[in-house]
Design a protein around this ligand. Structure first.
Ligand SMILES: Cc1cc2nc3c(=O)[nH]c(=O)nc-3n(C[C@H](O)[C@H](O)[C@H](O)COP(=O)(O)O)c2cc1C
Length: 189
């Protein structure tokens, strides 16, 4: 007689010993995913929402304690808030909260707009506010056309050495949920 095998989605961290010992047969391993993003003007926010649907992850907005005004974002003004902050790699804009519950997740998709060819420094603030030891971070971004440049180097110093930062994709052009799902699956995270 043929028995139906029950496939149970289960997260790495909560997987019981017997399941690991049994070679995981009969189990689909699903890492618990968080999509955390910062967006000053809404473009990255829209992509992040679709990405959360695509990967079945939770969504968390990284918000600055003081929101950026349009004057703050004027890159043509060397005295604007964003220009001043981005000139100083040690600058850490304050967060509005630290409620991301990063400890509950295995994989964090981390999204932001490219500012001056790298991640806004609030992303460093976010990384330094939590313990990312042993976790996988997949970066995604939106931009006016630039790629990641030296983004990964700029973020590595803000996490523990055991955190794996993967340079994901610049997701310009409003990719749809199906496209994002294909991308997430290709990552095998
Ligand atoms: C201060 C500032 C600096 C920027 N620097 C770059 C850049 O170096 N390269 C680029 O392609 N786009 C740059 N942009 C454009 C943003 O990356 C782009 O508009 C992004 O999609 C905005 O995302 P958001 O709407 O989620 O804030 C910059 C925008 C701002 C406000």
């Amino acid at each position: 007689m043929r028995h139906n095998v029950e496939y149970t989605p289960i997260c790495h961290t909560t997987m019981p010993f017997f399941a690991r010992a049994a070679g995981l047969r009969g189990f689909i391993i699903m890492s618990k995913k968080l999509v955390a993003y910062f967006s000053a003007q809404g473009t990255t926010a829209a992509v992040a929402k679709r990405l959360a649907e695509a990967c079945g992850g939770d969504l968390y907005e990284i918000r600055p304690q003081v929101p950026y005004s349009s004057a703050d974002l004027n890159w043509n003004d060397k005295n604007s808030r964003s220009s001043v902050e981005m000139r100083d790699p040690a600058f850490r804009p304050a967060l509005a909260d630290t409620n991301a519950h990063v400890q509950d997740y295995d994989v964090v998709f981390l999204g932001f707009p490219i500012w001056w060819y790298i991640a806004p420094t609030i992303i460093n603030t976010f990384l330094e506010a939590y313990d990312f030891s042993g976790k996988t971070i997949v970066l995604f971004a939106t931009s006016g056309g630039s790629g990641f440049g030296k983004t990964v180097q700029g973020l590595k110093g803000s996490v523990a050495p055991t955190c794996n930062i993967i340079q994901g994709r610049v997701l310009n052009g409003s990719p749809d949920t199906a496209t994002l799902k294909t991308w997430v699956e290709s990552l095998n995270v």
